[in-house]
Design a protein around this ligand. Structure first.
Ligand code: F0G
Length: 450
């Protein structure tokens, strides 16, 4: 069976007991204590990584036509595990995502400077592509013919695309029901063997953990440390776009907690390399119905995981047993960030507000704005501090959610129906009319008055 190999310049270190290993087993856990692994660069001191030279090198690569330079991930390859010439990267030119100013949302949240790093602008529509380009490239290098993931949608679409580009087969386990049809359609189109398993995301993960011990399949969930290396580059790109002046706060949604862990690792490494002078505070927002990290921090001081039975309409973060919780707690502690939870109605409203700024995102991404509003009210974020929201997925992921929101039936028959009155001001239901200009003009004149 192929193993998940060591690369020449990196090792894998356990986040629990600190044991260092060159080769991980198929489940990607520490052989000593079962905790997750992270990539470390033992020879970083000898690599001559000088901050000023790195900044110019990365800027110069933006003018290059080489696929590896056009990738917004591999452009930063000095801080990534390295491939060799015989095993090139599988790339869809991921990364390179815009940093948008959110002026309407800034006024709503009560801050002067608010930006969105829009990871939904990646090739398959989510931040997963930045990690997938790295981990899938290592899967191919290590000789795997099959890759697999459990997914609420985005990971599956991304993995299936990269596997197809890299000439590998892919296996997807998705929870039966409460998934996004647009994501499922992507996975099918890219040729994945897709199983809708009668369980939730956490159940799919358990089944997959069993499968990878029995078949030579490379696991591509975010417990895979190479995925987080790729996801790290989002923060490098963000700092470059901000002329290496970090924002005061970065706010990110939390599901399985790989993304917050990756961003934290990135800012730690950038600080060590002298690329940035101070750490931004990284805060993690969850849905009230999938609030394992919030409870872990508030009830157990971050020492012990509180698992929950997850339920939220923000399907991407409907996860009750987050694998990377230890890594995420460390990020909160190191950067001085916090955790917060938001309700279903607050998520829906925030999503429409991000849409009204001409940007748009999927429900899971909108927890960031909903959470920010609370952090400002609590005084954790000050009006004059700069904030970046990481929008993790594209508006077109959940068209059903958006349509129901605007038609006014998103919360019909749910316990939230009463609270949902606050979303009315953002609703723009489609208007059905006869084919006649007078009728349309009457609608237009009505809209002019509102
Ligand atoms: N936002 C989006 C759009 C996601 O798809 C996910 C995770 C998250 C946030 C949470 O990120 O797990 O790193 O904390 N989606 C996974 C999937 C679970 O299967 O696509 P995390």
């Amino acid at each position: 069976m192929p193993t998940v190999s060591k690369v020449d310049d990196t090792l894998l270190r356990c986040v629990g007991c600190g044991a260092v290993t060159a080769v991980a087993d198929s489940g990607l856990n520490c052989a000593n204590c079962g905790n997750l692994l992270e990539v470390v660069f033992p020879n970083a001191d000898q690599m001559n990584l000088e901050a000023g030279s790195l900044k110019s090198l990365w800027r110069e690569r933006r003018a290059s036509n080489l696929p590896i330079d056009q990738s917004g991930v591999w452009r930063f390859r000095e801080v990534l595990p390295s491939l060799d010439e015989a095993h090139p990267a599988i790339t869809l030119r991921e990364g390179n995502t815009p940093l948008y100013e959110l002026s309407l949302c800034a006024r709503i949240a009560g801050v002067d400077q608010l930006y969105a790093k829009h990871q939904g602008m990646n090739p398959t529509g989510s931040f997963k592509d930045t990690g997938m380009t790295v981990a899938s490239s290592f899967a191919r290098k290590d000789g795997f013919q099959w890759v697999a993931c459990a997914s609420t949608g985005n990971t599956s679409a991304s993995m299936a695309a990269y596997a197809a580009r890299g000439g590998m087969r892919s296996l997807v386990l998705i929870p039966d029901g409460k998934i996004s049809w647009s994501k499922l359609s992507q996975a099918l189109e890219y040729g994945a063997v897709t199983c809708q398993v009668r369980t939730d995301f956490d159940g799919c993960m358990q089944v997959l953990n069993d499968i990878v011990t029995r078949k030579p399949i490379y696991l591509l969930n975010s417990i895979n440390p190479f995925r987080l290396e790729g996801q790290k580059t989002v923060a490098f790109e963000l700092m470059e776009q901000s002329d290496w002046e970090p924002p005061d706060h970065i706010v990110v949604p939390g599901g399985n907690l790989g993304n917050s862990s990756a961003l934290g690792k990135a800012v730690r490494e950038m600080h060590e390399l002298g690329l940035i002078k101070r750490l931004p505070k990284i805060s993690v927002i969850q849905a009230e119905g999938a609030n394992a990290l919030v409870r872990t921090v508030r009830e157990k001081g971050g020492k012990e995981l509180v698992s929950v039975h997850a339920d939220t309409m923000a399907t991407a973060i409907r996860i009750g047993n987050p694998a990377s919780w230890k890594k995420a707690v460390r990020v909160l502690e190191e950067t001085g960030g916090t955790v917060e939870q938001v309700s279903e109605v607050e998520i829906a409203l925030a999503k429409a507000e991000i849409g009204a700024d001409g940007i748009g995102c999927e429900p899971a991404s909108a927890v960031t704005l909903a959470g920010l509003k609370k952090l400002v009210k609590q005084g954790f974020v000050k009006q004059n501090e700069s904030v970046v929201l990481v929008l993790t997925g594209h508006l077109l992921k959940d068209p059903d959610f958006t349509l129901k929101f605007h038609r006014g039936d998103l919360f019909e028959g749910t316990p939230y129906a009463k609270q949902a009155e606050i979303i009315a001001t953002r609703q723009r239901a489609p208007i059905v009319l006869d084919a006649n200009a007078d009728a349309v003009i009457r609608v237009l004149e009505q809209a002019e008055k509102s």
